[in-house]
Design a protein around this ligand. Structure first.
Ligand SMILES: [Zn+2]
Length: 73
């Protein structure tokens, strides 16, 4: 689930108040106009994420002790 939040008051912004073509969004709480790029994107992940059944997570060690991972079927 993904929500766009007002950067000023952190209220969620309804889709009808977002104009993608004009790159603006309106917070109805204070009638404030923002650029879409200024909004806070709030993505909620499940608390115990599990890969879809039948897939594997492959970890790849990269330089500087960093890891990347791939989901494969
Ligand atoms: Zn607001």
């Amino acid at each position: 689930m993904q929500q766009l939040l007002c950067p000023s008051c952190h209220h969620s912004i309804d889709a009808k108040n977002i104009n993608v073509a004009a790159n603006i969004a309106k917070c109805t709480d204070r009638n404030t106009i923002f650029k879409i790029s200024e909004l806070i994107v709030d993505i909620k992940f499940p608390e115990n994420p599990e890969p879809p059944a039948g897939s594997k997570i492959m970890f790849n060690k990269e330089n500087d002790n960093r890891y990347s991972f791939l989901l494969s079927n």
